[in-house]
Design a protein around this ligand. Sequence first.
Ligand SMILES: Nc1ncnc2c1ncn2[C@@H]1O[C@H](COP(=O)(O)OP(=O)(O)OP(=O)(O)O)[C@@H](O)[C@H]1O
Length: 289
Amino acid sequence: MIEFRNFSLTYPTGSRPALREIDLVVPRGQICAVVGAEGAGKTTLAGVISGVVPHMTGGDPTGSARVGGRLLAKTQPSELVGEVGLVMQNPFNQLSGARFSLREELAFGLENLGVNRAEMIRRVEAVMADLGLTALASLSPYEISGGQQQLLAIGSALVMRPAVMVLDEPTSQLDAVGAGLVFDTLETLRARGVTVVLFEHRLERPARYADRVLVLGEGRIVADGPPTDVLTDPRLAEWGVAPLRYTTAARRAAERGLWEADRPLPVTLEAAADGFAAALKSARTAGGL
Ligand SMILES: Nc1ncnc2c1ncn2[C@@H]1O[C@H](COP(=O)(O)OP(=O)(O)OP(=O)(O)O)[C@@H](O)[C@H]1O
């Protein structure tokens, strides 16, 4: 579980706080997506949860932030290995540089933790199968594509079986198939009780997979709720987040009386298609078409 109480953070060179008065509880097994404009504080929040900020960046925190009951201000990032898995935007930066093959790279963190060999092999093989990496097992992490490196970075976090996974734009370099594998994996993690915090620019995936969406605006949580509420909020654009095309199309239809009054605005393509089909049907029934 993640628990922030009135948490604020100002970087040493910052003129204003990067995070302000964050009150947040993310329970076990929840997929929580965080969206927001550039500079809203997403990477900072990811860094605080994973122990990187302020320990490695500097910064002055106030209030409290806990992961799994540990007070992050008093916990070094190395103590969080195994507790929090962090996947950053650029997978290249996450390669250990010390291993010759994907299989060895995936085993690297487990070796450092002293996990026994049989268990290590079991976990590495399972993660490679889940992420479609088995055929690449003997290749160098440096000779695979950026998308495959992104899957490798996710795999390197997954093998550690952390209680919390923090994913900063985890599918930015992946095609639809690769992104699908990652999001299927997130569903498995939810079922296992892993807490997932997902930072995304694009809203399609949070709309479909997240239990909850937070919007950050200038370091504050400005909205927090189920995707169907938050992503249809008319203030989304004011917060610097472009609404989904389906939601905008349905809102325009609603303004012209072409969307059923009691039907929520859609955040997925399927819900939009159902809504427009229902609107067409009622227009036909009414003899309008
Ligand atoms: N290491 C740092 N030192 C000083 N200021 C920083 C540092 N990192 C981020 N900031 C500032 O803190 C604020 C929040 O930045 P952050 O990177 O967390 O936002 P973000 O929502 O992740 O933005 P983006 O979508 O562009 O990645 C910004 O004003 C940024 O300039």
